[in-house]
Design a protein around this ligand. Structure first.
Ligand code: GLN
Length: 490
């Protein structure tokens, strides 16, 4: 029965439709796999009873001919999504006991289409991090290991639980979120596919806020087609989120397998950064060659403000975070540590509830928004953000999509960079530009490095043109023929 966890989401849905197995069977196989993989720390909450109950309901729907497009498929949910009646912690102690009384729009959409929830997935605290080491529940471990080594590696962050669970076959697909790279970088580190859609494509309602103008939810999966199927269900206009776009959701899976002949692909020269491992450069060249062979035209483009993207991101994101996280004051909900007076209670609650990285972001964010520094930092960063978006606009006059590496390295060891925030922030160098400009970006597994660790390539598209990314992602996936899997040690 455990072979059922090896299926792609598409194959599982076909098998369910053909009644080759039931949802209860495939869900049970996953529940067992999840319970046997606690060494990865990918799930912070397993919900086996709820999973089986949802699976039974799905089987009943299918028997009566009312199955939805995801009916019976077991998924993992990042703990940033509020799930009704099920603990949702955002990776933080400050809401470590929070049981929402409502369901996020994204998860509601998945349940509407019949999906089954296996549990909640670990993540960096409030999605702040690139290695999953800021989680209040301990780091997630990457199922991949270096050839011949047994050091524990990071699955990336902040959606490290989603990435690890998808790579280790602990769900057929997962939800994730991306504020500066948190879907794409973990996808790259675990040999999985992840897409951050256009800002506004997926509703943020019921997703715990980090930096509201950058946050966007998306799927992680083992194939491009699976990611397309999931995004089609997750996306859609939601009046409960004022930044949700009133646009139709295409059937994204219909773009996978489409010819990419004649598409113009931009290669931004500014993404050739110093100290990038030669293997990543080589993989990028390989990706260019694959797309050329598929009939694309390759064009060198310039995104001149790229070098300011990280500093701008690490001002805008903490500024918004400091404002969003002001609500965790020990008064209305979440952890409270009683003090001598109101201010003392605020201070003690926040000191006890937030981890170090979150405190660092709140301090930076409060500083850059304070009188006297607002113009010099925050306003300046917003101007840079505009320039970065303009660079992309210019590039998209000439090309249909861009190809870059996803991250400047493969997965690194847990503990390697946790003492050096700047080294950690540098991970996001190729991903934050996309969030600053609100564009869709996808990471596709493209190869292994000399240590046998996965590396991803990133495709960036025009706003609302995820379809082209799915076609190109499908072409890259086919050319790369990436079949490697982590050796089971857990
Ligand atoms: N690594 C980035 C950060 O720490 C991005 C995180 C994210 O996308 N949620 O802010």
């Amino acid at each position: 029965m455990s072979d059922l966890t090896k299926l792609t989401l598409k194959a599982a849905l076909d098998g369910l439709a053909a009644k080759s197995f039931s949802s209860v069977e495939i869900t049970q196989a996953h529940v067992a796999a999840v319970a046997a993989a606690r060494a990865l720390n990918a799930y912070v909450l397993e919900t086996p009873e709820q999973a089986i109950a949802m699976a039974e309901a799905s089987d009943a729907r299918r028997a009566s001919g009312n199955a939805g497009v995801l009916d019976g498929a077991p998924l993992g949910i990042k703990d940033l999504f509020c799930t009704k009646g099920v603990r949702s912690t955002a990776g933080s102690k400050i809401i470590g006991e929070f049981i929402p009384t409502y369901e996020s729009t994204i998860t509601a959409n998945l349940w509407r289409d019949g999906a089954v929830m296996l549990g909640k997935l670990n993540m960096d605290e409030f999605a702040m991090g690139s290695s999953n080491e800021t989680s209040a529940w301990g780091p997630v471990v990457n199922p991949w290991r270096s050839k011949g080594g047994n050091a524990q590696l990071t699955p990336g962050g902040s959606s490290g639980g989603s990435a690890s669970a998808v790579a280790a076959e602990l769900c057929l697909g997962a939800t994730a979120t991306d504020t500066g790279g948190s879907i794409r970088q973990p996808a790259s580190f675990t040999g999985t596919v992840g897409i951050k859609p256009t800002y506004g494509r997926c509703s943020r309602w019921g997703v715990v806020a980090f930096a509201s103008s950058l946050d966007q939810a998306g799927p992680m999966a083992r194939t491009v087609e699976d990611a397309a199927i999931l995004l089609t269900s997750m996306a859609g206009h939601d009046p409960k989120d004022s930044t949700s776009l009133p646009v139709e959701t295409p059937d994204f899976a219909s773009f996978v397998g489409k010819s990419v002949k004649g598409l113009r692909i931009g290669v931004p020269k500014e993404y050739r950064v110093d100290n990038m491992p030669p293997e990543i450069d080589a993989l990028w060249e390989q990706g260019i060659a694959w797309l050329k062979e598929a009939g694309c035209e390759i064009v060198e483009v310039s995104l001149p403000h790229t070098k300011y993207a990280l500093p701008a991101y690490y001002i805008v994101a903490p500024a918004e975070a400091s404002s969003n996280l002001a609500r965790y004051d020990g008064m209305r909900y979440g952890l409270r540590v009683d003090g001598a007076n109101l201010t003392d209670t605020y201070e003690k609650s926040r000191a006890a509830g937030f981890g170090d990285e979150v405190k660092r972001r709140i301090l930076i964010g409060t500083y850059v928004l304070s009188a006297g520094y607002y113009d010099a930092y925050y306003l300046k960063a917003l101007k840079v953000r505009r320039r970065i978006a303009d660079d992309f606009d210019q590039a998209f006059q000439k090309v249909d999509a861009l190809l870059t590496p996803t991250a400047p390295s493969a997965a690194f060891s847990l503990g390697d960079r946790s003492d050096d925030p700047v080294a950690m922030y540098l991970n996001d160098i190729f991903t934050v530009t996309v969030n600053l400009a609100g564009l869709p970006g996808m990471s596709v597994p493209a190869g292994l490095d000399a240590n046998g660790l996965p590396l991803g390539l990133q495709l960036i598209g025009r706003a609302l043109d995820e379809g082209t990314l799915f076609s190109l992602g499908g072409a890259l996936e086919k050319a790369a023929d990436f079949r490697a899997k982590p050796q089971k040690w857990w």
